[in-house]
Design a protein around this ligand. Structure first.
Ligand code: GTP
Length: 353
């Protein structure tokens, strides 16, 4: 499949601090956190590549080295990959404009680096060209838009307005609640619209200006969509993958154990458990509905259910982690300790009750 009418380039925004994902983002930028066997952002790169994209620019800020070291110049994947780094926080629009020097003339996809979706990119481009829009955004339905930006459109799929964090008075009963899904196609004129050398948000500054002059399209779809912004949504994304809910990615089964992990034959790997490379699950341990990072060890008789554990975490023998417990890289839970979430064990720390 190739993108019609020539959208062969993309910018992926990967420069945010990922503060809601701490402590997992203390040591890795959010887009490099693994989803099963691959860094999350690699799934976006594959999605773009399958849609005919040849050139990808990562717009980096926080911890750019991890991303550059992983993707290099892209040639091993048959791609051209480049990098720009925010000299200071530029906001989402500033970060896109910063990538301009590495882009060819023409339209460009822009992806927020923390969205897992199987959106039909070809349909997005077709809608963009059909409207002759300057920018076209994908929309996703939500039950409650109050934490998001509500996007309103006319019958042709042109944006008529944005309402940031709408309150009850902003909502019309019965209207579909659709929010910005973090995937865009921008024409060169939309890039020109972004002022240089200052912090600019594409959602709050640029898009409303383009919409006001009738230049913005929006395509609603019911495809799979998840914003991986918090440890809870990160765990849910794993569960979605296991359940086969992400159309473009085959489910590996009701749980996943890396071929490079070791699980004692007497341990129980329950539904929703994801065990990363080099992890060890000891005798009679029970793991379920959890993410166990690379090199993490779950001791004899320990239970991990509902937790997200970073890399090289040590869960002592007989320890019991239940509910939303998040442990940063190198954290330790002593033998026999019980922690019921919500709870966080900071990076490198020893948990205390
Ligand atoms: P929080 O700190 O938890 O809000 O996460 P975040 O820093 O990732 O912010 P947010 O989820 O709003 O960002 C959406 C996407 O845009 C993410 O992929 C970020 O990496 C990226 N992003 C946000 N702000 C910037 C920025 O100023 N520069 C660049 N290059 N990318 C950004």
């Amino acid at each position: 499949m190739s993108a019609p009418e020539g959208v062969h380039q993309a910018v992926i925004l990967v420069g945010g601090q990922g503060s809601r994902m701490r402590p997992l983002t203390d040591t890795l930028p959010k887009p490099m956190l693994p989803l099963l066997d691959l860094p999350f952002v690699e799934r976006q790169v594959d999605h773009l590549h399958r849609a005919g994209v040849q050139r990808i620019v990562f717009s980096c800020g926080y911890r750019p080295r991890e991303i550059e070291d992983y993707f290099g110049d892209g040639s091993s994947r048959g791609l051209e990959v480049g990098y720009v780094v925010d000299p200071e926080p530029l906001g989402t629009a500033g970060a896109i404009a910063n990538a301009e020097a590495l882009l060819a003339d023409g339209d460009v996809f822009v992806l927020n680096g923390d969205i897992l979706t199987d959106l039909d990119l070809t349909a997005l481009v077709a809608h963009h060209h059909h409207l002759g829009a300057e920018a076209t955004i994908a929309l996703t339905p939500v039950d409650d838009p109050s934490a998001f930006g509500l996007v309103r459109t006319d019958a042709d799929g042109r944006v008529t307005g944005f309402v940031e964090k709408p309150g009850p008075d902003d909502l019309t009963p019965g209207e579909p609640y659709r929010i910005n899904a973090g995937t865009y196609v921008l024409a060169p004129s939309a890039l020109t619209e972004i002022p240089r050398g200052q912090q600019v948000s594409i959602e709050r500054d640029t898009f409303p200006r383009l919409a006001a002059r009738g230049g913005m399209g929006a395509l609603a779809s019911d495809c799979y969509w998840r914003d991986i912004g918090t440890p809870a949504s990160y765990l849910e994304a794993h569960l979605d993958l296991l359940a086969g809910r992400v159309g473009s990615i085959a489910s590996p089964g009701s749980s996943w154990v890396s071929p490079r992990a070791s699980v004692d034959p007497s341990a129980t790997v329950g539904s929703g458990a994801c065990v990363g490379p080099g992890a060890r699950v000891g005798p009679h341990a029970v793991v379920a509905r959890c993410v166990i990072g690379a090199g993490t060890s779950v001791g004899e008789g320990a239970t991990v259910d509902g937790a997200v554990l970073g890399r090289d975490v040590t869960v002592g023998a007989g320890a019991c982690l239940t509910g939303p417990v998040v442990a940063g890289d190198g954290a330790t839970v002593p033998d026999g300790m019980a922690i019921r979430g919500p709870a966080t064990v900071p990076t490198g720390a020893v948990a205390s009750t």
